[in-house]
Write a protein that binds this ligand. Structure first.
Ligand code: IPE
Ligand code: MG
Length: 238
């Protein structure tokens, strides 16, 4: 979610007005995902690098997280949304951590959409904490371990790897988001600023995704043969 500050600047407003509008976009995007049957939405809300921003802006963002949690969690729960947070939450203050823990607990059994907020998150941090936790639990793996050994310790292990990555705001970078999990994701970059990322912009991203051919290292011919075989199996079964 990038471009809140520029959105505000274009309107001669303080940056925080852009963040406030950005929360509206979070709301509409969650709704769009529920309507489209998207089962996992992961939002990069605050990176481990964002602490370097002016203290006033950081503290405003913290207030905004708290207010959003206080106001939205009950509604998320009513709509069957499971709430999760990933990142090093230890740097956040107690009340915010408590709200996150309560929201995760309340919504734990919901199945419609898993909404993950990445806060004080970094992709490299994620891989490092996974290695540390894995070795603490299974020291015998130190000599030799596989991707499958490590995967359960990544912070979003409960979610499949993302099909589609969207970055708003014009930059064409991953910026240390889900580095491991994005290995085969389709990447979509748009100049639209996050507060302007409305339903039409969301639909354009989905439409772009639908035109991609996901080969996972294989050839187009192999994919065509596979889907022909798949269709034939279904015809037999019916
Ligand atoms: C993203 O918008 C919001 C957060 C990181 C919380 P920015 O604040 O990065 O907006 P720009 O990039 O300055 O326009
Ligand atoms: Mg930015």
């Amino acid at each position: 979610m990038d471009g809140n500050g520029r959105w505000a600047k274009q309107r001669f407003l303080p940056r925080i007005a852009g963040h406030r509008r950005g929360v509206e976009t979070v709301r509409s995007t969650v709704r769009a995902c529920v309507e489209h049957g998207v089962e996992y939405l992961t939002l990069f809300a605050f990176s481990s690098e964002n602490w370097r921003r002016p203290p006033d802006e950081v503290s405003f963002l913290m207030q905004l997280f708290i207010a959003a949690l206080e106001q939205e969690v009950a509604k998320l729960h009513e709509n069957g949304v499971r709430f999760k947070a990933i990142g090093d939450l230890s740097r956040f203050e107690g009340p915010l951590r408590q709200l996150v823990a309560d929201a995760e607990k309340l919504t734990a059994d919901n199945k419609r959409l898993t909404l993950t907020i990445a806060a004080n998150y970094g992709g490299r941090w994620d891989v490092m904490q996974a290695v540390r936790r894995m070795l603490a639990e299974k020291p015998q793996l130190a000599a030799n371990f596989t991707e499958q050994d490590l995967a359960p310790y990544l912070s979003a292990a409960y979610a499949p790897e993302p099909d589609l990555f969207i970055r708003t705001g014009g930059e064409k970078r991953i910026s240390n988001f889900l580095l491991w999990q994005l290995a085969y994701s389709e990447l979509y970059f748009t100049d639209t600023l996050w507060p302007d990322f409305d339903n039409a912009a969301f639909n354009a991203a989905i439409a772009s995704y639908q035109q991609r051919e996901r080969r996972f290292g294989r050839t187009s011919d192999q994919l065509r043969e596979d889907s022909a075989a798949h269709a034939a199996r279904h015809a037999d079964a019916s």
